[in-house]
Design a binder for this molecule. Sequence first.
Ligand code: GLP
Length: 288
Amino acid sequence: MERRKNLAEDEISSPRLAESSGMEIIMRVVIQENYDKMSKWAADYIAAKIKEHKEERPFVLGLATGSSPIGVYNELVKKYEAGEVSFKNVVTFNMDEYLGLPREHDQSYWYFMHHYLFDHVDIPAENVNILNGMCEDPEEECAQYEAKIAAIGGIDLFLGGIGQDGHIAFNEPYTSLTSRTGVRVLTTDTRIVNSRFFDNDVNKTPEKALSVGVATVTDAREVLLVINGHNKAAALAATVEGPVSAKVTCSALQLHKDAIIACDEPACGELKVDTYKYFLDIEKGERL
Ligand code: GLP
């Protein structure tokens, strides 16, 4: 705490700058009162990063599906409509896709992303990358995805959510923290949770997915997770306070030097009181 108080506010505008100041790097946990405020905070952060990217190469944004980031996408669309951000120089890579689901299926992640974001902003269609759940050769599809990310120079900012068991993308418990894009077998728990999108029928819920690996996410220059709701409280606590463990693949973020968790109050329900107070204290003030 002291180390931040010793510096002027404008000197601590980002963790990257903090590193150059010789300060200790910590995972940021930005606690917001509710889902709407969390979503707005995350959208403001993403838009600011896109705007401050002045290089000729595109800004490379990793994106996630699930109910958690919907509020972020709604806010980004509002910002685009208000002329506050453009996606013309943004290239996106999505985290995952169900294996065997065509993009036209209303539960495919391709469909989700177009419905909530891409159809409403100025991103060129060729800048959108989503794993093809209907590909003939999943291994090849995944290898090419990794190669494409590498060829463009890596991901600048990866937005993610978290599963109730602490998984990131579809990297279920015990997936190696060094994993790369590949085929994933979904746990029964995840299929039960996701069956709400498939007529509440676990048998209709896909058994496999294509997913970026944990290391694909942690390779990004920055990672931003949005975590909300009581049902994520145990996963959030394990991610922030728990040991770094493949049991909770999100915990790999503890090894990242630019990781941010934006969360709402209910998701903090299982944090230790001193952890909760610590992050509230160091994040107070108006900084993105
Ligand atoms: C799926 C996705 C994850 C997502 C998780 C949580 O498992 N592959 O990327 O984080 O669902 O989804 P929700 O935000 O709906 O709780």
